[in-house]
Design a protein around this ligand. Sequence first.
Ligand SMILES: [Fe+2]
Length: 156
Amino acid sequence: MKANIGINEANSHGVANALAKLLADEFVLDTKTRNAHWNVEGPDFHAMHLFFESQYEMLDDIMDGVAERIRSIGHYAPATLKAFLELTHLSERSDSKNDSMGFMKELLADHESIIIFIRENINKFASEYNDAGTSDYITGLMEQHEKMAWMLRSHL
Ligand SMILES: [Fe+2]
């Protein structure tokens, strides 16, 4: 059944398409953070193993929220690895030598690029697509990424 929430089809499509890219970015970043959790090595192993775990747990919740936001405005969420790789702005390539600093630098750059993408869409969603709800939702999401980015940045 169609969502009758006062946003026309073209506008909700515009929002859903941007959210699909964001979901793909969150999925890839979640996987990259798990990579860091699993494969980090060095004298700081234990602390870093736990730190990356706390970060991917936050990303798990974010990812779920973005997918459900897409459903809330009447569209289907992309949910295959193939679709995520086609949609994401992020690169899976890793330069890290499995050291915590290398992982942190990469993850921080990814968070910052997601923050910039979200910021570009906050006003657009509200003014261009008439979707104040999703604009508000991604504003909160941006703040969560800003906090996670701060935690990564503080190690560097
Ligand atoms: Fe684990």
